[in-house]
Design a protein around this ligand. Structure first.
Ligand code: B16
Ligand code: MG
Length: 219
């Protein structure tokens, strides 16, 4: 039986991808690096340090690990400053309604994000109240596609993976959910999240009604 839901943050609850893009773009411009939206797509759901490695490799730049950490920190400072502009108007369509309904129906709810800034983002959205547990980049060391972040969330909720549905927008996030034995809802195009148990183009379509209909025998 389904007792809990675990949500990714960026691309599921809100679209921080644009703010990540602007911060990486500023850093890349300062460094004389090429960085565009196509490369940014490859950073979806990927941790900060893995992200800078992808950007470095894309530019065939040779930079010692120590300096990469400094550069990632510089990007993060720009990103964190930009989070002040997020308001409760910035939920992805359907996300706030779904979280409200899950609270009303008494489901357990956890966050399972790669971001180390998730608490700040949830505060800006006024979304802390929707979550029993916040699992994020500070909670585990192995990032997606390892299932650790979702196993952490389920464990903290006192639930087994098969009792939880994970919402994810990243390819590596669906891999992580499946590796952990969770039911997976994919948000986004077929080529990215087509391997989820069920896929929707957007959160607006991924309602509790639709998900309950799909996993009918589990409710
Ligand atoms: P931070 P998610 C991910 O969020 C973003 O999609 C990804 O672009 C970012 O690099 C990662 O968080 C780490 O974020 O630098 O704030 O720790 O989709 O896992 O919620
Ligand atoms: Mg995401």
């Amino acid at each position: 039986m389904i007792k809990g839901f675990i949500f990714d943050l960026d691309g599921v609850i809100t679209d921080t991808a644009e703010l990540h893009f602007q911060a990486w773009k500023k850093l890349s411009d300062d460094m004389g690096w090429d960085f565009d939206r196509e490369v940014n797509e490859r950073l979806r759901g990927v941790s900060r340090m893995d992200s800078i490695h992808i950007i470095k490799d894309h530019n065939a730049a040779e930079i010692p690990e120590e300096q990469l950490v400094e550069l990632a920190t510089r990007k993060n400072d720009i990103y964190v400053n930009s989070l002040d502009q997020i308001t409760p108007k910035d939920y992805l369509p359907g996300a706030q309604e779904l979280l409200t309904l899950l609270r009303q129906e008494g489901f357990s709810v956890a966050l399972g994000s790669a971001s180390k800034n998730s608490t700040k983002v949830l505060q800006q959205l006024d979304a802390i109240k929707f979550f029993d547990i916040i699992g994020d980049g500070n909670s585990v060391s192995k990032s997606k596609p390892a299932p650790d972040i979702f196993l952490f969330g389920a464990g903290q909720l006192g639930l087994k993976p098969e009792e939880c549905i994970v919402y994810e927008d990243a390819e590596a996030g669906i891999d992580a959910a499946k590796a952990g034995g969770f039911h997976a809802v994919g948000i986004g195009p077929e080529e990215r999240v087509g391997h989820a148990d069920i896929r929707f183009d957007s959160m607006a379509e991924a309602t509790l009604f639709e998900v309950k209909s799909h996993f009918d025998e589990l409710f």
